[in-house]
Design a protein around this ligand. Structure first.
Ligand SMILES: NC(=O)C1=CN([C@@H]2O[C@H](COP(=O)(O)OP(=O)(O)OC[C@H]3O[C@@H](n4cnc5c(N)ncnc54)[C@H](O)[C@@H]3O)[C@@H](O)[C@H]2O)C=CC1
Ligand SMILES: O=C(O)[C@H]1O[C@H](OP(=O)(O)OP(=O)(O)OC[C@H]2O[C@@H](n3ccc(=O)[nH]c3=O)[C@H](O)[C@@H]2O)[C@H](O)[C@@H](O)[C@@H]1O
Length: 448
């Protein structure tokens, strides 16, 4: 919404939220999220045509177009627990819009929702003694965290789904007009509302599937001395497959991939498509396997015991350039390492505050240290969890000098120079590549 306000000074954009702390931060110099480039966009538009408020009713009444962007987490209770989308926040919003509105509105589904949600939304909006006409559009968001501003400025596509009725098509055209302020017409794709809703879930499922595919192959590479980066390059050069999203890793995280795939799986089962559901569920299973495999690799290569050993996680965010830790592989890995009675030290340039909240039940068993040199000092092992560019530039000779020997590095992102680390003295365990160790008989890879 900040970018719409920034690009289109003639529209007035008001962002409303039930969380007063978040709104206060949006109105302050310290925004509630870290996102490169966002500060500048907000500062340029805030007070001009971008406003943040907790007055939801006024926001509804005074707007002609309402983007519903509330959270749609995985349901944690009742039918569909652990799989289906929890639609309570979204439904409350629909009812509130219906009850407060005193003029016709276009309602835009911006949250990621199960296919057919627009139908439910339309039914709620038109139930009872409603006075106004509402048109519901689907306009899913495809930005990725860490690159949100450039994704929004130069989207691969903007997707708008509408009803095929005259009212639906008119509303669709109004939304197209907003995006056309900065997005080329050829990149604005209009479809039926059901295709649009489903495409969002499918996009995330395909992206995550690519990561799980290469991660599954990383396990095979480790058994066969193949190099997953070489395999990914060879495979990705086929233009039919493409070279993006083929970085083997410690597993994908983030608030959406797992939730959206499980939502897709739930939908498939709901419609009796068990084979389809099983296929997509495999993407999540491989991701869980990859995270657990990382822990088991650490355990087996550190002589099958981590008890009392000090381990530093370099990075806690689910990806670089964000402080977001939702579903970060770091959470599972930290919990498992503590279970193995390791002494954990966490460091991250942006995510330590969220990490403290995620692991608050482990208070006293984990240290949180901003400086990566201080965090790794005295450690037996370092595990790279997040691909922060700054980690590549660390002085690893200095780090090696301060660590307990033998010193281990488990590079869960394959971002470091493994040969160099090996020469410094580290025993190096990348993902999907032969390990480089100084032991006579390496436990998990080739001895060099
Ligand atoms: N985070 C991301 O990068 C992307 C998120 N999405 C989708 O966007 C939706 C929102 O995601 P996030 O922004 O990450 O979630 P979030 O949890 O960070 O933000 C949702 C906000 O909605 C507010 N809210 C909840 N109920 C409300 C109500 N009744 N009235 C007013 N405000 C209310 C909450 O207080 C919260 O601030 C989800 O459906 C997600 O799948 C889609 C693409 C990218
Ligand atoms: O619906 C959403 O919320 C968004 O989900 C993802 O965006 P995001 O989760 O912010 O970030 P990604 O860049 O997709 O990364 C997701 C996870 O996959 C990991 N990843 C990514 C790429 C890769 O090659 N390997 C890999 O392990 C990342 O490190 C991260 O943990 C999608 O990329 C967005 O298009 C979508 O809008």
């Amino acid at each position: 919404m900040a970018l719409i306000a920034y690009k289109c000074p003639r529209y007035k954009v008001t962002v409303v939220d039930i969380n007063p702390d978040r709104i206060a931060k949006w109105n302050s110099d310290t925004l509630p999220i870290y996102e490169p480039g966002l500060d500048e966009v907000v500062k340029a538009a805030r007070g001009r045509n971008l406003f943040f408020s907790t007055d939801i009713e006024d926001g509804i009444r005074s707007s002609e177009i309402i983007f519903v962007s509330v959270n749609t987490p995985t349901k944690t209770f009742g039918t569909g627990a652990g799989m289906a989308a929890d639609l309570q926040y979204w439904e409350k919003t629909a009812r509130q819009i219906r009850d407060c509105a005193d003029s016709p509105k276009i309602i835009v589904e911006k949250s990621t929702l199960p296919v057919k949600t627009a139908q439910a939304m339309q039914r709620i909006l038109t139930a009872g003694d409603y006075k106004n006409r509402f048109e519901v559009l689907s306009n899913p968001e495809f930005l990725a965290e860490g690159t949100a501003i450039s994704d929004l400025e130069h989207p691969d596509r903007v997707l708008i789904g509408s009803a095929e009725t005259p009212g639906g098509l008119k509303a669709r055209d109004e939304l197209v007009e907003i995006y056309a302020n900065w997005v080329p017409q050829a990149r604005i794709l209009t479809t039926s509302i059901w295709s649009s809703e489903l495409s969002k879930l499918v996009s995330n499922a395909f992206l995550a599937q690519k990561i799980s595919s290469i991660n599954s192959i990383s396990a095979l590479c480790e058994k066969t001395d193949a190099n997953v980066a070489e395999v990914a390059k060879a495979v990705g050069m086929d233009s039919r497959l493409g070279d993006k999203f083929l970085n083997a890793s410690v597993g994908f995280g983030g608030s959406c991939f797992k939730k959206d795939i499980l939502n897709l799986v739930y939908l498939c089962r709901y419609y009796g498509l068990d084979e389809v559901a099983d296929y997509w569920e495999g993407v999540v299973r491989i991701n869980e396997y990859q995270q657990e495999r990382f822990v088991i690799n650490m355990l087996s290569n550190m002589f099958n015991t981590l008890a009392g050993k000090k381990i530093c996680l370099l990075g806690f965010a689910f990806k670089a350039n964000t402080g977001d830790t939702r579903e970060s592989p770091a959470i599972h890995i930290s919990r498992r390492l503590v279970e193995e009675r390791a002494r954990l030290v966490l460091t991250d340039p942006q995510a330590l505050e969220n990490a403290r909240t995620d692991l608050k039940d482990l208070t006293g068993r984990i240290d949180y240290i901003d400086d990566p040199y201080a965090a790794s000092s005295g450690c037996d092992a370092i595990a790279v969890i997040t691909e922060w560019q700054a980690y590549k530039a660390l002085d690893f000779e200095k780090i090696y000098g301060s660590m307990t020997k033998p010193a281990f590095i488990f590079d869960g992102r394959n971002i470091l120079d493994h040969e160099r680390l090996f020469k410094i003295g580290f025993n190096v365990f990348p993902i999907g590549k032969p390990a480089l160790t100084h032991f006579e008989e390496a436990a998990g890879g080739a001895c060099r």
